[in-house]
Design a protein around this ligand. Structure first.
Ligand SMILES: Nc1ncnc2c1ncn2[C@@H]1O[C@H](COP(=O)(O)OP(=O)(O)O)[C@@H](O)[C@H]1O
Ligand SMILES: [Mg+2]
Length: 278
């Protein structure tokens, strides 16, 4: 099974967080003219934007555009080739407990040994097995997180028996255990039908309002998010564009971003981007 998908990112190798420089306190994450090079290829360049506390941003774009890489930049797992990044007032560093991360996810079909509460508990213990917390407060914290995502009744269920939507809820509960101020969700809606996707979006929207946590949510389909998202970050063709959904998802802006003709069709209150891979 894919442990990377269910274990939170944690590392003892944290970089020395210099506290020099003072950026606007209201900005939760800030990128200035960032370029990313991976495997000798320029993945993104000129990436500049800032994210405010409590804001929900959908990250869109075709496969390979650099969406996951953006999350890894904020997590300190990938270093930019140029430009500067600040997250929660400091340079990105690995193992930052103030960031909750749900990695791009494969369905855990075969895992019978782990119960739902074990998976959520990784949010407290990281990669170490066995209780690191006094067991009573540990179990109470796990119960609270399970309740917050509406999955308390699943606590004892083997993870492999649960649906994609249920598993996604548990991974979100896991990410909440460290009381993050920034939540990074990589394609939490893939493998979900429309109704289930809407439920997960409502859950995340409720959490960010309740906790005033900023959310970056990577998705291929912006439609389930349109009712609640503040802005979209559209990545394509080595560049990105940030703005309100209708400022970004339109024919002019996307044709310019992709460098080829793109149509945006609106039907039944849903947006469809036509002419390119999305
Ligand atoms: N560690 C790596 N080494 C080399 N290339 C990479 C690495 N990680 C990702 N890439 C490449 O960088 C590009 C962006 O990847 P990714 O951020 O995963 O895209 P997305 O999440 O938008 O599908 C892809 O072309 C991918 O193949
Ligand atoms: Mg990805």
């Amino acid at each position: 099974m894919d442990y990377e998908a269910i274990l939170p990112t944690r590392s003892s190798a944290s970089s020395s967080g210099r506290s020099s420089g003072s950026k606007k306190a209201s900005s939760l994450a800030e990128l200035e003219d960032v370029a990313v090079r991976l495997g000798g290829r320029l993945i993104q360049s000129g990436m500049s934007f800032s994210l405010a506390a409590g804001e929900m941003v959908a990250v869109l774009g075709p496969n390979g555009a650099g969406k996951t890489t953006l999350l890894k930049l904020l997590l300190g797992l990938v270093r930019p080739a140029a430009g500067s990044i600040r997250v929660l007032g400091a340079p990105p560093r690995r193992g930052n407990r103030l960031i909750g991360y749900v990695p791009q996810f494969r369905v855990l079909e075969t895992e019978r040994a782990l119960r739902a509460r074990d998976v959520v508990g990784f949010g407290l213990d990281g990669h170490r097995w066995g209780p690191a917390w006094p067991s009573r407060s540990r179990e109470a914290a796990i119960d609270r997180a399970l309740e917050e995502v509406g999955a308390l009744e699943l606590a004892e269920a083997p993870i492999g028996y649960l649906s994609g939507g249920e598993q996604q809820r548990l991974l979100i509960a896991q990410a909440l255990l460290s009381s993050p101020r920034l939540l990074l969700l990589d394609e939490p809606l893939s493998n979900l039908d429309i109704a289930r996707a809407q439920e997960v979006v409502q859950l995340v929207d409720g959490i960010r309002r309740e906790r005033q946590v900023a959310v970056l949510l990577v998705t291929h389909d912006v439609n389930p998010l349109l009712p609640c998202v503040d802005r979209v970050l559209y990545m394509a063709n080595g560049r990105c564009l940030l703005g309100a959904p209708d400022e970004v998802i339109n024919r002019e802006k996307l044709s310019e971003l992709y460098g080829s003709p793109v149509e945006v069709v609106e039907a039944l209150g849903r947006l469809f981007v036509v002419g390119v891979e999305t």
